[in-house]
Design a protein around this ligand. Structure first.
Ligand SMILES: NC(=O)C1=CN([C@@H]2O[C@H](COP(=O)(O)OP(=O)(O)OC[C@H]3O[C@@H](n4cnc5c(N)ncnc54)[C@H](O)[C@@H]3O)[C@@H](O)[C@H]2O)C=CC1
Ligand SMILES: O=C(CO)COP(=O)(O)O
Length: 336
């Protein structure tokens, strides 16, 4: 008899835990690694993660540990679900513990500050594994909705299509429908930049602006994401798929999105410090807007919405002034 697929999930935040549940529902044996003993204990003794997914009962084939070696042992898939800006440091500790042929799976939607590396690049750099053994999961997947087993589609991307297909099987459930893609660059950029556009839409919502503004920001946000993607070798069609438009729509529409909510608080007039103080979870766009802008500059790509978000979040530009400036840019054809 073959043994069940084994998955280790590093990070017991809301998405690590919810995706662990998806893998378990798909038949995998799942071990969550968490930093805090009380979270691991709660998962093992009450089958819940009260800090991150209160009220959600986890399947019996999910357990948790604070011992990284124990989590990593024999894992077919090693899933990484920590904040993008701590991944390098975290993975440096875990790399010596990884099972020899494990596939590393990134759930993260950010770009590293300083290096402007995508998460799959950070993984390759730190764990010294080829891109063919690195996959990502992305798409419109708000953790709380997935944890409620509401239907959603997703993308599993890997340069090696056979590896993407293995992961697709490992996380396919009646409520979670993953599609494969080999355009890792496009899928990762879609996930990271949608957080920046989610901040912009949140700011507009907080200012009391309506759905025309939202529709315009989503569409022009997708246009600047696609421009960057093309310059970086991505397939432009990826951006009209789940990793692009799909995730952008979910994030920009939902009060469950931390990036959207963060932007809304700023748009209502809270300062950056006040907004950070009330944000208990990772809002990747707050830091990644700077690394996305760095990528845009390196590749000579115009990303006016991203630039505006950086100016509001990090340079203290008042949203009202920023909107005026964005609207008074020189007129141009839509497709350029
Ligand atoms: N929550 C969601 O709906 C979704 C989140 N994502 C992405 O997944 C990634 C993780 O997000 P969430 O789980 O939602 O975040 P979260 O804020 O809920 O959890 C983050 C986890 O990382 C841990 N952590 C924080 N700092 C750490 C450090 N220095 N070292 C080790 N662990 C640390 C926290 O203890 C927590 O377990 C992000 O990149 C996010 O963009 C992607 C899709 C959906
Ligand atoms: O990526 C997400 C949904 O797909 C979650 O968005 P937030 O990180 O903004 O909550």
């Amino acid at each position: 008899m073959t043994r069940p697929v084994k998955a280790a999930v590093f990070g017991t935040g809301s998405w690590g835990t919810a995706f662990g549940m998806v893998l378990a529902d798909a038949g995998c044996d799942v071990t969550l690694w968490g930093r805090r003993a009380e979270v691991a204990e709660a998962v093992n003794s009450t089958r819940t993660n009260p800090d991150y997914l209160p009220g959600v009962e986890l399947p019996a084939n999910v357990r948790a540990t604070t011992d990284a070696a124990e989590a990593a042992a024999d894992a077919d898939f090693t899933v990484l679900a920590v904040p993008s800006q701590t991944l390098r440091e975290n993975l440096a500790d875990w790399a010596p513990l990884l099972a020899p042929d494990t596939v590393l799976v990134s759930l993260m939607k950010g770009v590293e500050l300083g290096s402007a590396m995508r998460m799959s690049e950070v993984i390759a750099d730190v764990a010294k594994v080829p891109q063919e053994r690195i996959a990502i999961v992305t798409g419109p997947n708000l953790a709380r909705e997935i944890a409620a087993r509401q239907p959603a589609a997703a993308v599993v991307a890997c340069r090696d299509e056979a590896v993407a297909q293995r992961l697709q099987v490992a996380c396919h459930t009646p409520y979670f429908r993953p599609y494969t893609n080999t355009d890792v660059v496009g899928c990762e950029l879609g996930g990271a930049v949608k957080n920046v556009i989610g901040l912009a839409v949140g700011i507009a919502d907080g200012m009391g602006l309506g759905d025309n503004t939202k529709g315009s920001l989503i569409t022009r946000g997708l246009a600047e994401t696609t421009r960057l993607g093309l310059a970086m070798g991505a397939d432009p069609l990826t951006f009209s798929g789940l990793a692009g438009l799909g995730d952008l729509v979910a994030t920009c529409s939902s009060p469950l999105s931390r990036n959207h909510t963060f932007g809304t608080n700023l748009g209502k007039g809270m300062t950056l410090e006040e907004t950070i103080a009330v944000t208990k979870q990772t809002a990747e766009g707050v830091k990644s807007c700077e690394s996305v802008l760095e990528l845009a500059r390196r590749h000579g790509v115009d990303m006016p919405i991203t630039e505006t978000v950086v100016a509001i979040v990090h340079e203290g530009k008042p949203p009202v002034v920023a909107v005026k400036e964005l609207m008074s840019r020189s007129a141009k054809p839509e497709r350029r």
